[in-house]
Design a binder for this molecule. Structure first.
Ligand SMILES: [Fe+2]
Ligand SMILES: [Fe+2]
Length: 164
């Protein structure tokens, strides 16, 4: 999946907006998962990451507001449905669900940055760059807790398959 394949030079503003609506729905999902999992991690070895997940929840809320603000700039009303939330009672499954969600979020924001730049929307691209930097920090926190490498391409086939 090369990034260029997802970024036709003839990308339209409608495609960019549709992508931002998907992005905000992913942020809603992330907020919900981090709220629940930060309180439900109960294994002693994951106590430190529980505090970090609570921080993630706050940062995802900030991202959702930032994306809503950008949608407003384009005269769009943000969607109100989250992407399907993944639930588990198993500590490792929770962390893997969050890690996979961050992987997907990062892939999508990278595509969105390229679309924004292709359309000359540089202020939006900068907002998205700052968000994706924080998403990478989330990815690192989760990968570190699970003792796997952060970069998605380096851990193919690892981890339980749960949720979407
Ligand atoms: Fe986020
Ligand atoms: Fe995140």
């Amino acid at each position: 999946m090369s990034p260029a394949a997802n970024t036709p030079s003839n990308v339209t503003q409608e495609q960019l907006i549709a992508g931002l609506q998907e992005d905000i729905a992913r942020e809603y999902k992330a907020i919900i998962q981090y709220i629940i999992f930060s309180q439900k991690l109960d294994s002693a070895k994951y106590m430190n990451i529980a505090d970090e997940l609570e921080e993630h929840a706050h940062e995802e809320l900030n991202h959702a507001i930032a994306i809503a603000n950008q949608l407003d700039y384009f005269g769009q009303y943000p969607v109100h449905e989250p992407k399907p939330v993944v639930v588990s009672e198993n500590n490792e499954e929770m962390l893997w669900a969050d890690l996979r969600a961050e992987d997907e979020t990062i892939r999508n924001y990278r595509e969105r940055i390229q679309q924004a730049e292709a359309l000359g929307e540089y202020a939006l691209a900068e907002v998205l760059q700052e968000i994706v930097r924080q998403e990478q920090d989330h990815q690192i926190d989760l990968a570190t807790a699970l003792a796997v490498v952060p970069h998605e391409s380096q851990r193919k086939g690892l981890g339980p398959k749960i949720g979407s």
